[in-house]
Design a protein around this ligand. Sequence first.
Ligand code: ASP
Ligand code: MG
Length: 412
Amino acid sequence: MARLVLKFGGTSVADIARIRNVARHVKREVDAGHDVAVVVSAMAGKTNELVEWCREAAMAHDAREYDAVVASGEIVTAGLLAIVLQDEGVQARSWQGWQVPILCDNAHGAARIQAIDAEEIVRRFKERKEVAVITGFQGIHRETGRITTLGRGGSDTSAVAVAAALKADRCDIYTDVDGVYTTDPRVVPRARRLDRVAFEEMLEMASLGAKVLQVRSVELAMLHKVKTFVRSSFENPADPSPGTLICDEEDILEKQVVTGIAFSTDEAQLTLRRVADKPGVAAAIFVPLAEANINVDMIIQVVSDDTTTTDITFTVPTGDFDRAKGILEKARGAIGYASLTGATDVVKISAIGVGMRSHAGVAARAFKALAQKGINIRAITTSEIKFSVLIDAAYTELAVRTLHSLYGLDRA
Ligand code: ASP
Ligand code: MG
């Protein structure tokens, strides 16, 4: 007998028929003798609708009331799943975040879970084999007694946090894909499903826009060593496949040098030309951006020929491009530069793999392969288990396919 947390995303609970299908997955585990806690998202599209309603009601609205509204989506699915489970003869009870309680801080709309008191749920496992159906995405701020939500995609994080609190043997994240792939199968049809991915690799993939899991859920799983599977709810509940296990690097026997290729179009490039090459200039550029909460990602600085000035190129999220440009234009006097240019039609392509730690020249091979295809690289960054190149968006597919083949990731 094991203790399991099963999480079902919005598409898995999109209507009553799908909720009934979810109940079959749950029942399978219960029938196998396991203790089960389920964490649910709102029905597909529901949260978007609720967010939209808040905006319609008032563009600038009270963050506490926003949370009161958007938390309702999960409340509905938790209740519905409990009803369907009962109908299938499974003992079940729904739990809203505050009832568990899942204690959060009061950063409304972006709250962090601080503690979960799972005592009552465990007691009911023991006494009545009762399935707990818990609302994802939300908790309560104890001091104010208000509902707080975790930010979009937050029910993944709820699930992993519940799994950690319950000391669960496994956390299964059910979604509409059957696992984590070497890259987006829509771009590379020969992408392969991975059996295992290391926490750190998954963290990179998630933050690079592979949207299977919320980044914070992966951080949490890594911290608490929660064995997490990504698997599909759309398969036959009687004959499920295991999906992809996200686990410790040590639990992966056959390490590839590169595990996956991710790409993100959420990058925009800014270049400052002929900036004075002297101490304090980088600070003059990046401090105001940081103060405006703009995340700078890739940075390259070139020493110009005359060595008194330099060019600096960096990237920011596309959504912050105009704001960043405005800030730099305003700070032109303080920074001192000849020109400011930018591009939003760029894409960041990244190769990720813990195997890079022990292999030299991994990125160099990519640069060569991209050059052979005539793809110009605008910027490069590397870290221990990843390297990224910034290129023209028009070459996205070609570049992703090239790297996918280069590192032997294509399905036979
Ligand atoms: N329903 C919430 C959202 O759409 C939370 C989640 O699904 O993870 O962001
Ligand atoms: Mg999600």
